[in-house]
Ligand binder design. Structure first.
Ligand SMILES: Nc1ncnc2c1ncn2[C@@H]1O[C@H](COP(=O)(O)OP(=O)(O)O)[C@@H](O)[C@H]1O
Ligand SMILES: [Mg+2]
Length: 305
């Protein structure tokens, strides 16, 4: 079970991620690189829309590993994460076999692997080399008992199943956890992971994402989008109110502007399309009086040309 990474350097990994359309800052790539090298799970924390889930998808592609995703939610139970027994099939089997075998044999028979329904954690452990990429997404949505349950997997890449014993990894899965930080995670979970905080991208990176995902937008329009969104995020009202636009919103917005044949941003088109950037009416109302200011630097630049 040696490291399966095929990347010798951080630069190589950065290039590979860019080749599948993922643009990341150096700190993040370093964290990913170390997570691969040290075979440690990586916990990614940050606001929604900063590219946490997308990183797992991009990484699975460049590592050529199957992506196995466990989407966490409130009230999630172990059987949805690990395994459950196919009770109906067990019952049918018991009926058919009851006449021929002893009760002890019957019990052994119904707990065979073929009646086991494997959920993401178990699937990840039982994926053969080079191994899976397991994404435990939005772990902050699950509850604390679930976090406690994850410890054995995160620390040793194994799980214990009462009827079958301890199951270890066929090949160490690359493991990413994400959290939107709606609550603090358990220290024991954090101790078993490398940690990386993910911020909104800077202008240059946002521009790279928009350019790559919306190639039909002109360079000028893409620059305006990146500039405007960066300015929006630095407005105090955004944090005071609800939610700043993420990268997905910038991309969608650029697409919408192209669809409307927009050549240059102006207050009117921004107001008409504000529902793409913001999903809270308070936020939409709050940007209206700021539009001229938010657009001003671009207007000054254009005027000075
Ligand atoms: N670094 C990036 N490079 C390219 N696209 C990105 C990047 N970060 C985010 N995106 C885009 O933004 C969208 C939202 O990102 P996502 O990973 O779902 O955010 P999160 O999981 O942090 O809420 C993705 O579908 C992708 O299109
Ligand atoms: Mg996500």
């Amino acid at each position: 079970m040696s490291a399966q990474t095929t990347f010798d350097s951080i630069d190589q990994l950065a290039l590979a991620l860019e080749s599948v359309g993922y643009f990341a800052e150096r700190r993040l790539i370093t964290a990913v690189f170390l997570s691969l090298r040290l075979e440690r799970p990586l916990l990614l924390e940050g606001e929604p829309g900063v590219g946490k889930t997308e990183l797992a998808k991009a990484l699975a592609k460049v590592l050529n590993r199957p992506l196995i995703r466990l989407q966490c939610y409130d009230g999630m139970e172990q059987r949805e994460a690990l395994y459950e027994w196919n009770y109906t099939a067990q019952l049918l089997h018991m009926r058919a076999a009851a006449a021929h075998v002893s009760p002890e044999e019957l019990e052994r028979e119904v707990y065979q692997p073929r009646f086991l329904v494997k959920r993401p954690l178990l699937q990840a452990l039982q994926t053969d080399a080079p191994g899976a990429l397991l994404l435990i997404d939005e772990v902050d949505r699950a509850d604390e008992p679930f976090e406690a349950f994850l410890l054995e997997y995160l620390g040793e890449y194994q799980v214990s199943i009462p009827e079958l014993g301890t199951i270890t990894a066929n090949a160490t899965p690359v493991t990413l956890l994400t959290s939107n930080r709606t609550r603090d995670l358990n220290d024991a979970v954090k101790r078993r992971c490398l940690y990386q905080w993910m911020d909104y991208p800077d202008r240059a990176r946002e521009l790279a994402v928009v350019r790559s995902q919306v190639p039909q937008a002109s360079a000028h329009l893409s620059e305006q989008v990146a500039e405007f969104v960066a300015r929006l995020r630095s407005q105090p009202f955004v944090s005071a109110f609800q939610r700043a636009p993420g990268i997905a919103e910038s991309v969608e917005w650029a697409k919408a502007l192209v669809a409307l044949d927009t050549l240059t941003l102006d207050p009117e088109v921004i107001q008409d399309t504000a529902g793409i950037l913001f999903k809270q009416r308070e936020d939409i109302a709050a940007i209206t009086p700021l539009l001229n200011d938010l657009l001003a630097p671009a207007a000054v630049n254009l005027a000075s040309l």
